[in-house]
Design a protein around this ligand. Sequence first.
Ligand SMILES: *Cc1c(COP(=O)(O)O)cnc(C)c1O
Length: 387
Amino acid sequence: MKKIQMVDLQGQYQKIKAQVDASIHEVLDSAAFINGPEVHAFQKELEEYLGVKHVIPCANGTDALQIAMMGLGLKPGDEVITADFTFAATVEVIALLGLTPVLVDVDPVTFNIDVNAIEKAITPKTKAIVPVHLFGLSADMEPILELAKKHNLFVIEDNAQAIGAPYKFSDGKVMKTGAMGDIGTTSFFPSKNLGCYGDGGAIFTNDDDLAYTLRGIVNHGMYERYHHDVVGVNSRLDSLQAVVLRAKLPNLDDYNQARRTSARLYSEKLADLDNVITPTGAKDNTTDDYGICDNHVFHQYTLRIKGIDRDALVKYLNSKDIPCGVYYPIPLHLQKAYADSRYNESDFEVTNTLVKEVISLPMHTELDEEQITYITDHIKEFIKQNG
Ligand SMILES: *Cc1c(COP(=O)(O)O)cnc(C)c1O
């Protein structure tokens, strides 16, 4: 059996090596390292893929979020609502810009931001909502967009974990995550569903004026050479990363399908275990017999472990050379940097429970059935001994 890795980037690279290596050498020969034609071509291809008017490439997914908030003109004191159960980057940039993060609880089934909790948290100071499409599943965008419209709020989708995921509206219309809000952001960190071989990110919008503003902000606030109209940053995607992304983008749907196939196999093999809740899609999405939703792109395959010691299971799996992750072990509202006396523990019941129960199993495009069987057999063995 091939050694199990949390993410197998070597295996994936071998399949696109000829193309990637050739394009990297072309960039080296051309010496167009920054803002070259490859970056522009990738931008166009991603606009087409996502069905969005403007893609603005930048240096990473954290920058993308920061630049989005700068572009919307958010000011210190403005409140921005986001999920308590996510990677810290989302709340970090809110705080960094002097805005006020307002963390809210998530849904226990989808792990995504709880729409009722958003509504409860809206105040006259609220300016934006940042739904995170966690683990590869779209947040429930339809009611979020309605809420935003009603209260005149911006929506910034943190799409770092769900690029390529569709979301279905009640009228049947399907849109890709990142293309629904005022702005979408993503990360091309190597382990993401569309990852480059270094750092990278992008911002999406359908608004021409906003796109113009954002393109200036990523480039030192310059709209005309050496005229700095606004305070900007330096945040660029380089050509070497762009060629990797151009090689991978045509495979993204297949990559996401491979993840879904592995997820289905995991859920099939883990069905009927009392101590294990396998991940399922949003309530209103179509799911198969094992709860696998076609709209999920499984950045992570995350179980909830009930009634047995999650941390002991992690240790046991690691001892069998099975890597696994706990995303995320501490709610953001309890992190030292983001604690706030306004928060009530009773408002975070779901996140407070999830951090004790979740375990993410190896998930990538190269997993095979032998590996999945080895992993699930060991989970069953541990439960037999400890359940
Ligand atoms: C990875 C990630 C980011 C940050 O992306 P970087 O490219 O690492 O800066 C932001 N939000 C979420 C939800 C992420 O998973």
